[in-house]
Design a protein around this ligand. Structure first.
Ligand code: ACO
Length: 332
């Protein structure tokens, strides 16, 4: 027997927000920093520019700005929040969590707060976690944020990675909704055996016994081609799983918001799934890969442009370091 009669409640997005640093770094500027070209970056990735944080634009500050906008849209105040959950791999501090810093800055004193690390899948993993809380307590108001400043975690001399990433934050206020709306299905996966395809060491420690000779600093390392291959295969698999779980047909999907890593990955994914390219929301051209922030930033943009109407079927999918991957279906 279920413990609560509310287990059929679904998590529903009440408001969205996003925040980006002021400074824009173009491909043309990158040409002066590493041996690359606008042509190479554009054709291989679809990225033309990205936002890079300056002073006062740390991960928690961007997260707080995105959260404030989401609260405003939801018509709520910081005191209404029960939980702040931040997906991030690039907070300015290891402790406290980015979520606690956001809680402090917002003055959300009724909320408990923590971060989760699922790399670029941070937002999807967080949505699934929020859904679990809301099955127990549908009245909860959860601030779910994806926020990153990966500009601080790339080696600016490594052209294989530094051209790909950008900074930013996206946020959603999530609460319980009646069955039939909100998040209809979510399927998450991980395979730690693949971690060497995409990883970031931590800061060098003070215990020589634990020193890692391989650790050249806390920078992103990546085997681009392998990541590409797994990204398409894994995301396609989880999209098929959530569609099968819900019985939703591909032609019922209004919009797909994939993790914004690379235009070619998205094109291959859509081709593989036989979903028309125009159904994908793509904004990495302006922002690059903002990791856990990419889906909520895109969601906020689509929402504020009025592209989503009540009842629309929305498909989210992501992949990232870990390896982690997954997909979710939402009725808007
Ligand atoms: N400018 C110019 N040349 C470059 C650059 C650059 N910025 N970066 C690499 N190259 C060179 C390489 O050195 C290589 O030269 P070589 O043949 O002389 O050795 C050549 O370009 C081809 O390199 P490849 O790695 O084979 O290029 P590929 O076509 O695979 O494209 C890319 C590289 C864009 C990274 C692609 O593999 C990719 O998109 N992979 C997915 C990576 C990704 O999305 N990562 C982010 C996910 S992680 C996350 O979201 C957290």
């Amino acid at each position: 027997m279920p413990l609560l009669p509310t287990d059929k409640m679904k998590s529903f997005i009440l408001g969205t927000g996003s925040a980006l640093p002021v400074r824009i770094l173009t491909n043309a500027e990158l040409e002066t920093m590493v041996e690359t070209s606008d042509e190479w970056i554009s054709t291989r990735t679809g990225i033309k520019s990205r936002h890079i944080s300056g002073a006062g634009e740390e991960t928690s500050k961007l997260a707080g700005r995105a959260a404030a906008k989401a609260l405003e849209m939801a018509g709520l105040t910081p005191l209404d929040l029960d939980l702040i959950l931040v997906g991030t791999i690039s907070s300015e501090m290891s402790m406290p969590s980015c979520a606690c810093l956001v809680q402090k800055d917002l003055g959300a004193k009724n909320a408990f707060a923590y971060d989760l690390n699922a790399a670029c899948c941070g937002f999807l993993y967080g949505l699934d976690m929020a859904d679990s809380y809301l099955c127990r307590r549908p009245e909860m108001k959860i601030m779910l944020i994806g926020a990153e400043t990966l500009s601080s975690r790339v080696d600016w001399q490594d052209r294989n990675t530094c051209v790909l990433f950008g900074d930013g934050a996206g946020a959603c206020v999530v609460s319980g909704a009646a069955p039939g709306s909100g998040m209809l299905a979510s399927k998450l996966h991980a395979d730690g055996n693949l971690y060497k395809l995409l990883y970031m060491d931590s800061a060098r420690g003070m215990n020589p016994a634990l020193a890692n000779a391989r650790n050249q600093g806390a920078f992103i390392k990546m085997s681009g081609r392998d990541v590409f291959k797994y990204a398409v295969r894994t995301m396609a698999g989880s999209v098929k799983e959530v569609l099968a779980q819900t019985g939703i047909k591909k032609d019922e999907i209004k919009m797909i918001i994939p993790h914004q890593a690379n235009r070619r990955i998205i094109n291959s994914l859509l081709e593989h799934l036989a979903i028309p390219a125009e159904k994908a929301y793509v904004n990495m051209t302006k922002y690059g890969n903002t990791s856990a922030a990419s889906i909520p930033i895109a969601l906020d943009e689509a929402n504020r442009k009025g592209l989503l109407e009540p009842g629309d079927i929305l498909l989210l999918c992501a992949f990232g370091g870990g390896f982690t991957w997954g997909a979710a279906v939402i009725r808007w």
